[in-house]
Design a protein around this ligand. Sequence first.
Ligand SMILES: Nc1ncnc2c1ncn2[C@@H]1O[C@H](COP(=O)(O)OP(=O)(O)OP(=O)(O)O)[C@@H](O)[C@H]1O
Ligand SMILES: [Mg+2]
Length: 352
Amino acid sequence: MALLQTVDLLKKFPIRPSGAMGRVWNSLRGMGGEERGEAVYLHAVDGVTFTIEAGESVGLVGESGCGKSTLARLIARLQDPTSGAIAFEGRNIGGIPASRFIQGEKRRKIQMVFQDPTESLNPGFTTFRAVADPLLRLGGMRSGPELRKRVEELCALVGLAPEFLTRYPHQLSGGQKARVGIARAIALEPSLLILDEPTSALDVSVQAVILHLLEDLKNRLGMSYLFVSHDLNVVRLLCQRVLVMYLGKIVEAGPTREILRHPRHPYTRALLSAIPAINTTERTERVRLTGEPMSPIDPSPHLCRFYSRCPQREERCRVEMPMLTPYPGGIEAACHFPSEKRENIGTQTTVS
Ligand SMILES: Nc1ncnc2c1ncn2[C@@H]1O[C@H](COP(=O)(O)OP(=O)(O)OP(=O)(O)O)[C@@H](O)[C@H]1O
Ligand SMILES: [Mg+2]
């Protein structure tokens, strides 16, 4: 049984147009226009199906705004999906309202490390209080020597010396704040840790140290990770499997090594060719994507989401949405014209 499985997960946000359009829209709403189908929706997560096995690290990559954080928040049950299922350890948790899930037993097992440690830490909490907080609220512990011991243990695990226990967030560096965020998240020994770009606010050198720490923790504590990043280069260091997301949809998924070796989707090839370390001898030229990304507002159910920027689009891609299709090596890709060649990512491409 998979640790986590999502089926056809969808999250749409209602959008209220501004200005003159907004006034027209509001008047239509007043006249029952919404019922007549006048509401417009931003499709942030649009039919996402994937699994995470126990002990597995899965990377979720894609450019800004493609829906990574929304997907992460749905799984952590901080937001309610519009439709679709989320099963955790075989039980459907997708239907439990986020407001109720927060008090439940499963809350302990799925924890999240947020994008910006500065925003996610309470400025009025010392390191001790920040790390003790989940233990007191959800872990059934009480103040006392046992709590102190557990907090000290957790801080040692993430490499925070005891002198930091009495410090407030503004007295900590970015890397130290990231460590506090991680210590908090692992305090309840979750089986799934969702990391939403945990190193994006950090210097490159500190990023490497934190990634190393995460790898070490994963091995020691046997957690599964969903590691969100816009950078495939970071994901390949930590994750056995990767999901590539574009405008709310998974366009390619599979073992990281296979995807690096033979990406089938043109968007994955563009992401890959931007990594200097991989872009060696035979792959010297970059795939540059031109053209505007399509709007995520009520997109056509038939048009491939990548159509406007795809270097190899054809008529079929306009009328038939490509579905995820299996390929050798455990890869799935959603493209009518997947790449056959391993080195086929090297051509300079322009889209008019
Ligand atoms: N509460 C909301 N209401 C309306 N739209 C939203 C809401 N939250 C997210 N969105 C929209 O959903 C889309 C996906 O946003 P999301 O934050 O999931 O992207 P992301 O991939 O995490 O981006 P980044 O890499 O910049 O963090 C964006 O178009 C965003 O504007
Ligand atoms: Mg995000």
